[in-house]
Design a protein around this ligand. Sequence first.
Ligand code: NAP
Length: 253
Amino acid sequence: MILDMFKLTGKIAAVTGANTGLGQGMAVAMAEAGAKVALVGRSAMDETMRMIDAAGGESFPIKADLSDPSVTAGVIDAAVAHFGGLDILVNNAGIIRREDSINFTEKDWDDVMNTNIKSVFFLCQAAAKVFIKQGRGGKIINIASLLSFQGGIRVPSYTSSKHAVLGLTRLLACEWAKYNINVNGIAPGYMVTNNTEALRNDTERYNAILDRIPAGRWGTPRDMAGAAVFLASPASDYMHGFTIAMDGGWLAR
Ligand code: NAP
């Protein structure tokens, strides 16, 4: 039956930045679809664990500060050691720094690049090694951005990192499709999370953005659920290297 293709029963997922925001939304969605979920991040995962418990799912927290790319192999090892394998990796953790490019510091460049692209690459690499060894394929979902497609303003390292996420997603898809590993992305639009708090506190910017969204509202973590489960499930087995926009129509405009 077609809906069975969207089930994640028996699958094991790792979601980075799962304590809040879009990562929390996707982790809960995957648990609802039947996956066991490793919750990776630097903050306590209690709230997400409670939400997954309430949905009848199973989760396991893995403490990791992904600003240090050298921790990435240990993160994947910890998920495999706890659940006995890995089928799905969601690279969601990310940060943003806002400053005019003319004043942008090397620290704000490196911090964003380390978390948003360098750790993402090495998590992909560590997960793919497991997928290849297991011999049953795998799913990687990289969280991109509208700023994978557009320039933006005052976020030079963020825009660079998210363009890199889009390119890396394509490249890894080309290299690993032969192992039945699907590497795809989701580009969220303007979503109500900590990441956009500064923007939402600026009433003028908030309303200007709202006016440009065809759907007439900002997105929520729940808006990521369907695309995340689709890309994690057998329903997307022939999809490689594509980044879906979940943006209320922003890029269509
Ligand atoms: P968020 O609420 O700020 O969540 C970001 C997540 O990343 C948090 O769980 C955060 O943990 C984690 N994280 C940040 N630095 C980390 C580190 N060094 N080590 C481990 N975890 C770290 O924002 P969000 O909107 O849900 O962002 C999720 C993803 O969506 C990001 O990649 C972001 O760029 C992308 N995105 C968001 C939007 C949007 O409008 N919100 C739009 C496009 C793309 P802490 O809570 O501990 O900081």
